[in-house]
Design a protein around this ligand. Sequence first.
Ligand code: ZN
Length: 119
Amino acid sequence: MGVGNKRTLTKTRRKTRDLDQIKADLQSSKHLAQYRETKASEGLPGLGKWYCTECAKWFETEVSLVVHKKGKPHKRRVKQLREEPYTQKDAEAAVGLATDNEGHHRRTEAADAEMEMTT
Ligand SMILES: [Zn+2]
C-alpha cells in the first residue's frame, strides 16, 4: 500500500496540461494542433484519435471518450474552465452582474419594510 502511494506522489509523467493552456486550446484549434503535433500518435491510446480537449486526455476508443464526457471528472473540469474569468472584461461583467442582483434584493427589502409600516 505504501509503495503504491509513493508512486502516485512521485508520478509526474501523467501530469495534464495547465488550465490556461487548455483554455488556449479551446479558443484556438491551431494552438491545440501544435500541442498534438508534439505527441507521436503511435504512442497514444487509440492512436491519438479520441481526445478530450478540456481534460487534455486521450482515450482508447470512441466509447470510452463518450463515457468520459458524461462523467463527473469531465464535467468538473468543464465547470472549472468556465468559472475562471478568462479576460478582465469577463471579470468586470461578473462583478457588474453581482452588484445588480444586490441592488434588486435591497429594493425588495425596502418595499417590504414600507408595507409593514402602512399596516
Ligand atoms: Zn474530459
